[in-house]
Design a protein around this ligand. Structure first.
Ligand SMILES: *[C@@H]1O[C@H](CO)[C@@H](O)[C@H](O)[C@H]1NC(C)=O
Ligand SMILES: [Ca+2]
Ligand SMILES: [Ca+2]
Length: 658
């Protein structure tokens, strides 16, 4: 995109600080940091506003940052830039000023790993005809000095090639284990067991090692747990989730039962042993703050897969992750569901209909890479790495705080999509995206000053008998409700709701089930699935994560509706569980309209302006070094394609991983 620069060396350092409080420091008069759209000529702009460009960031992460200097004192008229680029952002240059927990890296962080340029999920600069800004927005977090150093991320999967250059310097031998063979070494025994290594690459691959790409948490410590194999028992799975959790920050899980295939779907219960492992570790994990569990949403959307079909996902304790493609719409395989929390970029089609995979660590040698990874399997460790950055920025956060921070910071893409529904606390939720695309920068910004959410006693209802036939092919169905009043419970503000249902139905796939909150917002708990083979569920939990921040007071209704005539069944019983937090002002930054939607064509360059002014981000210049471009030979090629249309995903024969 950038060609033929002539470099003059001038020295300059960019320090950047972000803060949710205005941080004021002595300004360097007459200089401004400018971030403008990729497709604009910065030199032309500089001249038109009475400035010259005296430096450009040399970081490959910050290609579009420029230091503007006034041609003569007072000559700058930056407001004029708005006529050219309404979304441009500028910041005054400050002398170094930092927050107490700000750890400057001294210069912009640079990534030299050969595959980094292809890792659009980390920094989408329209490579592979992708969409600018469709990434997890980590560049500024890294530049701020957060790399998840010292954060332990456990990758529970089919093994980890610990000898690979991406992991050899950061592998944690003590906590790693092969539960399949009962040995300490999680290295995959066969080349086919390459899934865990690819997942680990996405969260944790080390940086600047000359090998492959980099993880979202480049300096994290990685734990390999090999448990996906023939013959693994429920104890092995439970232990792989539980062992050493007192000291483990994050457990990332890109696995689960196959809820749907082309011909058959089912609800997949997990055992109480596995569920207890997670429930225990959110209490005792990470020194009592709770290990953060992430689970992939699953890859069976085309067969009507729903993330609530997996019991380990349908838990208020875990972060369930969906996938979107390089163009910014949900990936064709990514399951829907009320249990989704967030979405992250993964494989799928670009706007031209080509399949683009994820570049990560490969297997056949210790430097092998691959570019064909994907699925919700890849989206999940990507978010795990972001959680690592969040924890590094504020180690006191509980697992619940981290969920709250992800919710508050996520970006609502494709706003016009009718699937976005506002809950009573003003948060938008979609059954395709959860609360939206993970935004690491916004998350860390919030995290640094986050006031902890205080969990309060959960409301655990009693099992209520229904014992009624569900009217066949009747759109009213059966409805049951619970009235929550402030008088009879401690809980007022909801973080999550779980509904346990027992139903017998020979054609369970006829059913549509939803939960309606007092405000009328709905969680879709199950949709009709013609291939559903399950004929009976017993106290099966359905989690609704779309009610974060909502006042529990009022009537909550469960609807069970049989949509197909022929076979009838019985609703046996139900039980409500409300998970609550103490009332406080929630941050509510997620849907501030000043955060533009990257898919809005009028705001193509919004990545360049996202939340900058809002976040009061300041730059400082110390003694430093940068490269200055004196000569105006900068030619911008690679103009954006305008009016690119959102295309509906279709099934393609790409390789998916789960
Ligand atoms: C929740 O709603 C009830 C009923 O409107 C109200 O009395 C109560 O103060 C609300 N609680 C909070 C924390 O907003
Ligand atoms: Ca690397
Ligand atoms: Ca029926």
């Amino acid at each position: 995109m950038y060609k033929s620069f002539l470099f003059i060396t001038v020295f300059l350092l960019f320090f950047q600080v972000f803060s949710s409080q205005p941080v004021l420091g002595p300004r360097v008069e007459g200089q401004f940091i400018i971030r403008i759209g990729f497709d604009l000529d910065p030199f032309e702009i500089a001249e038109s506003v009475g400035c010259t460009i005296s430096a450009k960031s040399k970081s490959n992460l910050k290609k579009h940052y420029y230091l503007f200097s006034e041609t003569t004192p007072g000559s700058a008229d930056l407001e004029k830039i708005k006529e050219i680029d309404p979304k441009f952002v500028y910041n005054h240059v400050l002398n170094i000023h930092k927050k107490s927990n700000f750890n400057p890296v001294g210069e912009d962080y640079e990534v030299s790993d050969p595959l980094f340029e292809d890792q659009f999920h980390l920094l989408n600069t329209e490579q592979f005809s992708g969409r600018n800004g469709i990434d997890v927005n980590v560049e500024d977090v890294w530049n701020q000095g957060y790399f998840a150093e010292g954060i332990l991320i456990s990758v529970v999967d089919d093994g980890l090639l610990k000898s690979h250059k991406d992991f050899s310097s950061k592998f944690h031998a003590g906590y790693s284990y092969d539960y399949c063979r009962d040995i300490d070494d999680p290295s995959p025994p066969t080349i086919g067991d390459d899934h865990g290594t690819a997942c680990a690459g996405v969260c944790c691959a080390s940086d600047n090692d000359g090998a492959c790409g980099v993880g979202s948490a480049p300096k994290s410590t990685v734990i390999g747990r090999r448990v996906i194999c023939d013959g693994a028992t429920i104890w092995d799975y439970a232990n792989s989730l539980r062992d050493d959790c007192e000291n483990i920050h994050i457990s990332t899980n890109s696995w689960g039962p196959l809820g749907c295939t082309e011909t058959s779907c089912s609800f997949e219960s997990s055992t109480s042993i596995e569920k207890e492992a997670v429930a225990d570790c959110i209490e005792i994990g990470r020194g009592g703050k709770g290990t953060v569990y992430l689970f992939a949403a699953g890859n069976e959307r085309e067969y009507l897969g729903d993330s609530n079909q997996y019991e380990l996902n349908s838990s208020p304790h875990v972060i369930t992750v969906a996938a979107l493609n390089i163009a910014g719409t949900y990936s064709f395989y990514s399951n829907t569901g009320a249990s989704l929390l967030v979405t992250a970029p993964s494989s799928g089609k670009n706007a031209d209909g080509q399949y683009v995979g994820i570049s990560t660590t490969g297997m056949s040698s210790d430097t092998k890479c691959r570019s064909d990874f994907g699925g919700t399997s890849s989206a999940t460790p990507l978010v795990a790495g972001v959680v690592g950055l969040i924890i590094e920025s504020n180690p006191d956060l509980s697992y619940l705080d981290i969920q709250g921070i992800l919710i508050e910071s996520a970006r609502q893409l494709v706003k016009e999509d009718p699937g976005w529904v506002k809950n009573a606390a003003d948060y938008y939720f979609s059954h395709d995206y959860g609360y939206g695309l993970v935004n690491a920068k916004q998350a860390v910004l919030i995290a640094e000053d986050w006031e902890s959410l205080t969990p309060i006693k959960n409301y655990i209802g009693i099992t209520v008998n229904v014992g009624e036939q569900i009217p066949d092919n009747d759109e009213d169905g059966l409805m049951r409700q619970i009235t929550m009043s402030t008088a009879d419970q401690d809980l007022t503000i909801v973080s999550g709701v779980v509904v346990y249902l027992s139903i017998d139905h020979q054609s369970m796939g006829d059913l549509e089930i939803y939960l309606e909150s007092p405000s009328g917002a709905k969680a879709k708990l199950a949709s009709p699935i013609p291939t559903l083979k399950t004929t009976s569920i017993e106290e099966y939990p359905f989690v609704a994560k779309n009610f974060y921040g909502v006042n529990a007071t009022g009537d909550w209704k469960i609807y069970v509706i049989d949509t197909v005539s022929g076979t009838v069944g019985t609703w046996i019983d139900y039980k409500f569980e409300f998970y609550g937090i103490e009332p406080r002002d929630l941050t509510k930054v997620a849907y501030d309209d000043s955060l533009p939607d990257p898919l809005d064509d009028d705001e193509e360059d919004d990545k360049d302006s996202i939340d900058y002014q809002q976040l009061l981000m300041y730059f400082g210049i110390g003694a430093g070094v940068l490269v200055v471009f004196g000569v105006i030979s900068c030619i911008f090629s690679g103009k954006k394609k305008r009016n690119r249309r959102r295309k509906q995903e279709e099934n393609i024969n790409g390789t998916d991983f789960y």
